[in-house]
Ligand binder design. Structure first.
Ligand code: GLU
Length: 471
């Protein structure tokens, strides 16, 4: 045995048969992180052998989701449909070794067998009619029928593995029947292709959803038959939705790309998904680099994780708050553009920096930025409600003081407002509310001094003049 541990190689092997929700992409995140943690390779393999259900559109969704989340792969995408000759070749090896045999049982016969077993309260399973055994006489081969090929599964003993999540799993071989590995037209079946791929791609660790746990004993037998060392396995518990149902489109789960379109940041989603089934002490918020440094298979959760959109939003808000204004501006600009808003002045980075504390998504940030690029005319009634005569006099004085203000900074504006309030014996809202309304048309904005500073002296004075009449 070699003393060097083989280079870690993991894979994400999605079937492009439709929808991809956050639980699905978590099955990409963990193998990706595991490979990165160990300086190994992460491989993308598209399992498209279900030709009825696989679509190019759903391949694109997978590729886009991975790109958006920054889950780069070192090899692939491999497509199983392009590897058919290889599967046939390996099948032929098994045939020559007597590990697979033709089975001519028709669907009608299989159905009848199933009914008999169910009636006798037995688990429905193939009964080995066509399995060759020494001294056994097989039924006559029916004319003109193409057989399926079945794998000769050991009938005694057990098959077992150490699962990172489930611990030791052991299955009695007499629980398993002889799996069909090739259809009558010779096309190989799912479990067989997975094993050939995992061998050919040198996969050392399979990290996948626990909906595959029943396939594992069957796959292990195929590994053995091919004389290959099986990978290590981690079967991730399902993700449940807020109602405790399995996360699925049918139960209202959103697609990964919808989160992108709603303005979630990839780092926030990665952080959220990292914690959805794995933990590092109490750490809730951590960078991608930290995650990759910490990620292991020993701290995977063994009970189903529950998706919580409110927590994801909270985390996204945190990431937005800590993202540079220039980075946010690059995300917000195209959104504003699409809404017909050209964000030229004030500077969008500064606007994003001011607004980022109050937005849970980039889309919310863009909506709030309208404040600076789409001022609305103040509502006369609202303004009358907020503006007393005393307030009006103070406002006129403030306008005059601001006319000569240099530099035009948030601090200087704040100090000027304070002085005027003091002189007139007014409280902050008595001046700040009408000021907000006149300059932005809105009652709610971030701190008024910051907002005025961003709008710039000319714009603020022009709007006050328009309302108060030029002095
Ligand atoms: N193609 C399978 C799926 O999408 C995953 C198979 C595997 O990871 O072994 O569920």
């Amino acid at each position: 045995m070699s003393s060097t541990t083989p280079r870690v190689r993991t894979r994400f092997a999605p079937s492009p048969t439709g929808f991809m929700h956050l639980g699905n992409i978590r099955s990409a995140l963990y193998p990706w992180a595991y490979a990165r943690h160990h300086g190994g390779d992460f491989i993308l393999r598209i399992e498209d052998t279900d030709t009825e259900r696989s679509t190019e559109e759903s391949v694109q969704v997978i590729l886009q989701a991975m790109e958006w989340l920054g889950l780069g792969y070192d090899e692939g995408p491999y497509y199983q449909m392009q590897r058919m000759p290889r599967y046939r070749e390996v099948l032929e090896q098994l045939r020559q070794a007597g590990m697979v045999y033709p089975c001519y049982m028709s669907t009608t016969e299989l159905d009848a067998l199933r009914e008999r077993q169910l009636a006798a309260k037995q688990k429905p399973r193939y009964d080995g009619t066509w399995r060759p055994e020494p001294g056994k006489v097989l039924p006559p081969v029916p004319a003109g029928v193409q057989p399926v090929w079945r794998f000769r599964t050991p009938t005694t003993g057990t098959v077992s593995w150490h699962d990172y999540v489930k611990g030791r799993v052991e299955i009695r071989n007499d629980e398993l029947d002889d799996l069909v590995v090739a259809r009558p037209d010779g096309t190989p079946t799912y479990n067989f292709c997975v094993v050939v791929d995992d061998i050919d791609m040198g996969i050392t660790d399979v990290i996948r959803g626990d909906d595959h746990v029943n396939n594992t004993p069957r796959q292990l037998h195929i590994f053995n038959a091919l004389g290959a060392t099986p990978p290590r396995y981690a079967h991730l518990p399902t993700v449940l939705n807020e109602q405790g149902e399995k996360l699925s489109k049918r139960h209202g789960a959103k697609s990964v790309l919808q989160y992108r379109d709603e303005g979630f940041l990839p780092d926030a989603v990665v952080n959220y998904l990292a914690r959805l089934g794995w933990s590092h002490g109490d750490a809730e918020i951590f960078s991608r680099a930290q995650f990759l440094e910490w990620f292991d298979l020993d701290h995977l959760g063994s009970s189903p994780a529950q998706f919580d959109e409110a927590k994801l939003r909270w985390l996204n808000a945190h990431y937005i708050k800590h993202t540079d204004g220039t980075v946010l501006a690059d995300l917000v600009r195209p959104l504003l553009w699409a809404q017909g808003v050209v964000a030229e002045s004030p500077d969008l980075s500064a606007v994003c920096e001011l607004l980022r504390d109050r937005a849970q998504t980039v889309n919310e940030l863009a909506d709030q930025a309208h404040l600076f690029y789409r001022p609305t005319v103040p509502d006369a009634e609202q303004l009358a409600h907020h503006l007393s005569d005393a307030g009006r006099a103070a406002l006129a004085e403030l306008r005059d003081a601001m006319r000569n203000l240099a530099p035009w900074s948030r601090e200087a504006i704040a100090a000027t407002i304070k002085e005027v309030l003091k002189r007139h014996g007014l409280k902050m809202p008595q001046l700040a509310m009408p000021l907000r309304l006149i300059v932005t048309g809105r009652e709610q904005t971030p701190a008024v001094d910051a907002v005025l500073a961003l709008f710039g002296q000319d714009v603020v004075l022009a709007r006050l003049d328009a309302y108060l009449g030029a002095a």
